[in-house]
Design a protein around this ligand. Structure first.
Ligand code: AMP
Ligand code: MG
Length: 504
């Protein structure tokens, strides 16, 4: 089969897509651009065409497809019982990169929804996507147009890399603006719950509509789930051949310095994904005073460090760098809730996904146990892109670390530098991926005082099964040595059980 590539440049002419639209309506598969990523489209009304999508992608049959529509007028026959919250969300965010999960209409083939009684629908904004919907006159199912396990396509070329000769049409509308898949919002849970993070964040939704939604990570872990979470989230996605490591700056560190720090300890020759500005700085620093130093291959996006631009280039970056065959890609990371979608995709791309990146240790005064734990953790894992901090529940602010704590660490060759004790704040708990307290009482205190943090607060004993780590304050050096050794095992346990297990 020869694949026909149809170029549409905005504003575009709807007639360009009449032929492809008709073919799609009659059962053909057509790849098309959307603002999130390129989709592999077929008519939702033709079970054979829907099956073709699963076959072409090598997609598991229980991983449901998103149905793309022009407007809410087209929900008829796709969704039954539209939940009341839909209207306000639709007004605020559609067309755009927000997908709604609602009850499936009995007339819609369960092949589309992987057998679920719910269906995901989205109203894309990209002009070529809208022109194709108009030309075909049918609801279009469209997963990302990549082979399962490859990064999602954000350029027509990516689609051709995976499907040239296997599908009749690819519509080329230029690079996808958002570059990360849509936010998936479950309207059947109350409050609505984000099942997959995307450009539209919980904060955006609350700000524009006043509707409070919960983020997927607030989902009670380990508790019984009444309905299955987003099925696609369990599959490993977006995996380039190279291993991917996330580079995050430490406090007071510039991102370029963070890259240089990691490069210094990395074996082999990693490739880099970062902004043009950071790359210029790194290049200058690497070649300072030297001639012809070999530079690592780099994929850069325009300008300075910027979350949206990084997101829009991420998948192209991973695909492009991967072609050079490096064993490792170091990719720029971001902090904060607005970076959730980007970090989620990047984490999934790494063979060692680090869902736990930032650990907060908590003790009483933040002069002995928690700063020791912080120092030991950072000594071992900071270079790998993980990072610990510490604080205390009842702190006299500005105290330096206990002398014996410093001596015990020095015996291990660890120098925590000069640091001052600090009082824990709820914000610190919210920003950390994992919070580890020294005692069960401290854990319970945090659980009562920081709503929504359940599931990421554990005590040392929860992790090691060895009981609380007691305060050595005022005791002789040997007591501090014992605490240091306990903390050494605790830190090991955190890394082994919580960080590495994600990849097992
Ligand atoms: P993709 O088209 O590759 O972006 O994948 C679509 C994703 O949307 C799936 O993998 C699911 O995670 C999510 N999704 C689609 N339909 C449903 C549904 N009925 N319930 C929950 N999540 C869904
Ligand atoms: Mg996909």
């Amino acid at each position: 089969m020869k694949t026909k590539v149809i170029f549409v440049k905005p504003p575009g002419d709807d007639r360009d897509l009449l032929e492809a639209g008709r073919a799609l309506r009659e059962g053909a598969v057509v790849a098309f651009p959307t603002e999130t990523v390129y989709g592999l489209g077929a008519s939702a009304l033709l079970p054979e065409a829907v099956l073709d999508i699963f076959r072409l992608k090598g997609r598991p049959a229980d991983n449901p497809l998103i149905v793309h529509l022009l407007s809410a007028d087209d929900l008829e026959g796709v969704v039954s019982d539209i939940p009341p919250v839909f209207q306000a969300l639709y007004q605020a965010f559609s067309p755009g990169p927000l997908t709604f999960v609602m009850p499936r209409h009995p007339g819609l083939s369960p092949l589309v929804t992987g057998g679920l009684e719910t269906v995901a629908v989205r109203f894309p904004a990209q002009p070529a996507a809208r022109a194709l919907l108009l030309a075909s006159g049918v609801p279009i199912v469209a997963p990302s147009a990549n082979l399962s396990g490859r990064p999602s396509p954000t350029r027509a070329r990516h689609v051709l890399d995976d499907f040239a000769g296997r599908i009749p049409y690819v519509i080329d509308g230029g690079p996808s603006e958002v570059g990360l898949e849509s936010t998936v919002l479950d309207l059947l849970s109350d409050p609505p719950r984000i099942l997959r993070p995307g450009r539209v964040t919980a904060a955006d939704i609350e700000e524009k509509t006043g509707i409070r939604v919960i983020r997927w990570e607030e989902e009670p872990r380990g508790d019984e789930e009444s309905r299955p979470a987003s099925p696609g989230m369990k599959y490993r996605h977006y995996a380039p051949r190279a291993e991917v490591r996330i580079v995050l700056p430490q406090e007071d560190e510039e991102i370029a310095e963070a890259f240089l720090r990691v490069l210094e300890v990395m074996e082999g020759s990693p490739a880099l994904f970062l902004s043009e500005e950071s790359w210029d700085e790194i290049r200058a620093r690497l070649s300072e005073g030297k001639k012809n130093v070999p530079l690592p291959p780099a994929y850069t996006y325009e300008g300075g460090r910027n979350l949206d631009r990084a997101g829009s280039h991420l998948f192209d970056g991973l695909r492009t760098l991967d072609e050079e065959g490096p064993s490792l890609i170091l990719a720029e990371g971001f902090f904060g809730p607005e970076s959730a979608a980007y970090m989620d995709r990047l984490t999934k791309a790494s063979r060692m996904p680090a869902l736990v990146r930032r650990v907060l240790f908590i003790c009483e005064g933040n002069t002995c146990r928690s700063p020791m734990a912080e120092a030991i953790f950072n000594d071992r894992y900071r270079e790998l892109g993980f990072w610990a901090e510490s604080a205390g529940i009842g702190v006299i602010a500005g105290q330096t670390m206990a002398e014996n704590a410093l001596l015990a660490l020095e015996e291990w060759g660890i120098d925590p530098g000069s640091r001052k004790s600090r009082q824990f704040r709820a914000r610190m708990v919210r920003e950390a991926d994992l919070v580890v307290t020294m005692t069960g009482l401290q854990r319970d205190f945090l659980l009562q005082n920081v709503p929504g943090a359940k599931g990421k607060i554990l005590s040392a004993a929860d992790l090691t099964g060895q009981g609380d780590i007691r305060d050595p304050y005022g005791q002789p050096l040997h007591a501090y040595r014992r605490v240091r050794d306990q903390l050494g095992s605790l830190v090991h346990e955190i890394y082994d059980r919580l960080i590495l297990t994600e990849s097992k």
